[in-house]
Design a protein around this ligand. Structure first.
Ligand code: TYD
Ligand code: MG
Length: 476
């Protein structure tokens, strides 16, 4: 908006004020969590229920809403079956894990959003990938609005990819970025991060809802029109959502979330949404001094002390996307010295721990009401699947009875409120993975008679357990 204040003092002494506005704007109040807009400010978003997320931004008005008659040639319509279609050519990278998460490699013109906590390794991962693609002859451009080119060079040298011909630029104006992209026509572009990019057409500050939305739309249009693969790095809010409205997630083809705990080495890249492959797939990587590396034996990565029978630990196979990970569940049960016993759970929802304790007491006869119970999943993983229920119960019983579980034994099943043990999805795959890793026995549901998965278990012995009350008899 351009404002000119011309001040002329006339004979009558009246101030003359001329205001020229080349663009009119109006205030809109937008929820930064879900993107809903309101005509006035409110403390709580009525759409998503979040508090204190509604912020003002000014958006231009005056765009004609009436559609004039369309004079250009109408767009061409094609039949699905008649389309010869080169199948989307995939660009692969040095990590087969990442290719799998992307659905078999990067697709031309695809726009991916990579979100994650600060310092988790987003810039590191994309710099490594870009170096690989650049060395393989792809035209790459790394646009940074956060770090200087010197910082990126230093990081690249530390990662051992300092010699890769990656083009770099520090820029935050989307108009300047688009001019550069039109001139260079790169194959793959990284924008680090989308919250630092702004368009000069809007007045609001970089990082605001309207700026993120508008800048993404402009970059997306370029990527689709030119077949450029585009990675946008996005910061996440305290709650873990990608900062900016949800609408950003709807606009892009792929949403990747970079997870992990900075105190642990492992990192998980998860496809939350993918238009070019299955969603829910994960890539397991580990952060080292020289950047991110693939984990060789991913399913065993979270098993630490398997060969020592330890009181209070149980083993369970979980699914992350199509991948099976075998994890170690740890429980510590102690007589409580206070009126209200403590229940502390990490890696699972604390309510699940309370629920399993209640089932163990009601249907298993284990009186844990005057005991503190602590629970943890080794390695810092978080699991929301019900398949570890039986393992949780076994770990608690082991600590409560001060007896280690049988060696080479795993537990797999969901625990119902009636104390019954239920099968979970992909039983066959999970049992085969346990067998491949050298486990000999697995406790499963009692209803195996007609189950296909129980017929071929690769030498793994199934121990059936119908009710939680039978668990103590089979695990020690
Ligand atoms: P970075 O990629 O800057 O995180 P983000 O872009 O997600 O904010 O990662 C920085 C962290 O990664 C930092 O804490 C140091 C660590 N790191 C390593 O452990 N090894 C390495 O080789 C590099 C480059 C970084
Ligand atoms: Mg970064």
């Amino acid at each position: 908006m351009l404002r000119l204040y011309g001040r002329a003092r006339g004979t009558s002494g009246i101030f003359l004020k001329i205001i020229i506005m080349n663009r009119k704007t109006k205030s809109v109040y937008v929820c930064s969590s879900c993107g809903e807009s309101y005509p006035k400010w409110m403390g709580k978003c009525e759409s998503c229920g979040a508090w204190d997320t509604i912020t003002e931004f000014r958006e231009p008005i005056g765009l004609s809403r009436t559609v004039k008659s369309y004079n250009a040639a109408p767009p061409e319509v094609i039949t699905l079956a008649a389309h010869k279609g080169e199948s989307a050519t995939r660009i692969t990278c040095q990590f087969p894990e990442i290719d799998r998460v992307l659905g078999g490699g990067l697709v031309k013109g695809a726009v991916a959003l990579l979100g994650g906590d600060p310092g988790i390794g987003k810039s590191t991962l994309l710099l490594q990938l870009m170096a690989h693609w650049a060395s393989g002859g792809k035209k790459t451009l790394y646009i940074s609005g956060e770090e200087s080119t010197e910082q990126i060079v230093m990081r690249a040298q530390r990662l051992g990819v300092g010699a890769a011909p990656v083009q770099m630029v520090t820029e935050t104006s989307v108009e300047a970025v688009l001019a550069l992209l039109s001139a260079q026509k790169p194959d793959i572009v990284v924008v680090d991060s989308i919250q630092t990019i702004f368009t000069e057409q809007l007045e609001s500050a970089p990082g605001s809802v309207s700026q993120i939305r508008e800048s993404t739309a402009l970059l997306l249009r370029f990527a689709k029109a030119n077949g450029t693969a585009l990675f946008l790095i996005g910061h996440v809010t305290k709650e873990g959502a990608i900062a900016g409205p949800r609408v950003l997630e709807h606009m892009v083809d792929t949403v990747l979330s970079f997870e992990g705990d900075t105190t642990y080495q492992y990192r998980i890249v998860r496809a939350v949404k993918n238009r070019f492959g299955p969603s829910g797939e994960i890539a397991l990587l580990s952060m080292s001094d020289s950047g991110l590396k693939e984990v060789a034996n991913a399913s065993e990565f979270f098993l630490l002390n398997r060969h020592e029978p330890i009181v209070g630990t149980a083993i369970a196979p979980i699914m992350e996307g199509s991948r099976i990970l075998v994890v170690e569940l740890q429980a510590l049960v102690n007589r409580s010295h206070f009126g209200i016993p403590q229940r502390v759970a990490s890696g699972i929802n604390p309510r699940k721990l309370s629920l399993i304790l209640a089932v163990l007491e009601r249907h298993g006869g284990s009186l844990l009401g005057d005991h503190d119970v602590f629970f943890n999943i080794a390695g810092g993983l978080t699991v929301a699947e019900p398949s570890i229920d039986l393992g949780i119960a076994a770990a608690i019983l082991s600590s409560f009875r001060s007896k280690p579980l049988k060696r080479e034994l795993a537990c797999l099943g969901e625990v119902g409120l009636g104390g019954e043990i239920r099968p979970v999805n992909n039983m066959g795959g999970r049992l085969r993975e346990l067998s491949r890793m050298g486990f000999r026995e697995c406790v499963v549901t009692g209803s195996v008679r007609n189950a296909d998965w129980a017929k071929n278990t690769n030498g793994l012995t199934l121990i059936t357990c119908r009710k939680i009350g039978e668990l103590q008899e089979v695990i020690f």
